[in-house]
Design a binder for this molecule. Structure first.
Ligand code: PMP
Length: 359
C-alpha cells in the first residue's frame, strides 16, 4: 500500500513553510505596503515592481481547462527540472533512501539524485528499449522512494509498454514519476487521466517541447492533492516569475496553433526517419514518439564532428550504454532538416544521396 506519510521526509513533514506577503494578503487593496517592493515602479511599463502570484492560480486554471484536471492536482516548477529536484528533496532522505532509474534516460534524474546525496539504482532498458521489470523489481527495497520512468524516453525516443508502466504503478509502493515531456508527439496516451487510480503517480509535462516555450522555464507536475501539497510546502515562494506566468497564459489561448506545430513536427520526424533509413551508413533509425530521432550510424563521432564544421549541432550519444554509435537529432524546420541531409550527403561525398529529399 502506498503511504505518503511513510515516504515523506521527517523534516518536510514538520516543516512550517515560508509565508510570503502575497500568501497573507491576496484580496483587493489600493495601497500595497506589505512586501518591500519598489513602490515607485520600475524602468519597464508594466507592474513588474510587484511580486508574482506564488500559487500561479490563473495559469493553473488555464492548464486545468485544457487538460481536464482540477487545479489542485497541478504543481508548476521552474522547468520540469525544478519538479525533479523538489521530488528528491521532499521524499528522499540523503544517504538513506534510494531511487531507481532506467538508463539510457534523461540525465537529470541521476544528477539531481547526486546533488541530493541519494543513491541511484539502475535497471537498464532491454535491447529493444523497454523496461526490464524483473531487474527493476529486484532493485527495489524498503528504502526505495521513487521509480523514474521517462516515456517517451529521452534519448531513445520510444514509449514504454503501457502494461509495464501499469505493473510498476501497481506493485511499487513508493512514488512512480512518469516524465511525459514528449507526450504530445506520441501515439500513446498520457497517464494524466489515471491519477485517480494511482495515489503514487506523478506525471510530469513541460512547456519546453510541444509548446515551444523552453525559455520560459515552466514545468508541470500532476499528482494527488496530498503530493502536490508537499511540493508546494517546499518550493521557493515565487518560483514562477511574472513574465513567464503572463506569457504562459497567452500561449495557453493558442492550443490550436500548438496542435498544428505538433502535427507538422510529427510529419517532419517521420519524413526525416525515412530519409535516414535510406542512408547507406545508417544501421538503424529507432522508432520515435518524440520530436527527435535516434540514429545508429557508422562513425557516429566523426559524423558529429563533420556536422559541426557545417555549423550543425546534434547530440552525440555514442558513449551512452545501449546507444553506442548513436546520434540524437532534434527535428528542425524544413530548411534545417534539408541542411542536415545535405551535410550528411557531403559527408558521404554526395554519391549515394543525390536524390534524397526530406519531404
Ligand atoms: N524531461 C525530459 C525527458 C527532458 O528531455 C527534458 C529536457 N531535455 C526535461 C524533462 C526538462 O524539461 P524542462 O525544460 O521543463 O526543465
Amino acid at each position: 500500500m502506498f503511504d505518503l506519510e511513510r515516504i515523506t521526509r521527517e523534516n518536510i513533514k514538520g516543516l512550517v513553510p515560508y509565508s510570503s506577503a502575497r500568501d497573507e494578503f491576496s484580496g483587493e487593496a489600493k495601497v500595497f505596503l506589505d512586501a518591500n517592493e519598489n513602490s515607485l515602479g520600475s524602468p519597464l511599463p508594466k507592474w513588474y515592481n510587484r511580486y508574482p502570484d506564488p500559487h500561479q492560480l490563473k495559469v493553473k486554471e488555464a492548464i486545468s481547462t485544457i487538460k481536464g484536471i482540477a487545479s489542485e492536482h497541478i504543481f508548476l516548477g521552474n522547468g520540469s527540472d525544478e519538479c525533479i529536484d523538489l521530488l528528491f528533496r521532499c521524499f528522499c532522505e540523503p544517504k538513506i533512501d534510494n531511487v531507481v532509474i532506467c538508463p539510457p534516460t534523461y540525465g537529470m534524474y541521476g544528477v539531481s539524485a547526486n546533488i541530493n546525496n541519494v543513491e541511484v539504482r539502475k535497471a537498464p532498458l532491454t535491447e529493444d528499449f523497454q523496461l526490464d521489470l524483473t531487474h527493476l523489481e529486484n532493485l527495489v527495497d524498503a528504502q526505495t522512494r521513487i521509480v523514474w520512468i521517462c516515456s517517451p524516453n529521452n534519448p531513445t525516443g520510444n514509449c514504454f509498454n503501457r502494461t509495464d508502466i501499469e505493473a510498476v504503478l501497481n506493485n511499487f509502493n513508493g512514488i512512480v514519476v512518469i516524465d511525459e515531456a514528449y507526450i504530445n508527439f506520441a501515439r500513446q496516451k498520457s497517464f494524466i487521466q489515471d491519477l485517480a487510480d494511482y495515489p503514487n503517480l506523478v506525471v510530469m509535462q513541460t512547456f519546453s517541447k510541444a509548446w515551444g516555450l523552453a525559455a520560459l522555464r515552466l514545468g508541470m507536475a500532476f499528482a494527488s492533492v496530498s503530493i502536490i501539497d508537499v511540493l508546494n510546502k517546499v518550493k521557493p515562494p515565487y518560483n514562477i516569475n511574472q513574465v513567464s506566468q503572463e506569457l504562459a497564459l497567452r500561449a495557453l489561448e493558442e492550443v490550436g496553433q500548438v496542435n498544428d506545430m505538433i502535427r507538422e513536427i510529427v510529419d517532419m520526424r517521420n519524413a526525416l526517419s525515412e530519409v535516414f533509413e535510406r542512408i547507406p551508413t545508417v544501421e538503424k533509425v529507432y522508432p520515435s514518439d518524440a520530436n527527435f530521432i535516434l540514429v545508429k550510424i557508422k562513425e557516429a563521432r566523426m559524423v558529429y564532428d563533420f556536422l559541426l564544421t557545417k555549423g550543425i549541432v546534434v547530440r552525440d550519444r555514442s558513449n551512452v550504454r545501449l546507444c553506442e554509435d548513436c546520434l540524437r537529432i532534434t527535428v528542425g524546420t524544413e530548411k534545417e532538416n534539408t541542411m542536415l541531409i545535405d551535410a550528411i550527403g557531403d559527408w558521404l561525398s554526395g554519391k549515394q544521396l543525390e536524390d534524397l529529399t526530406v519531404v
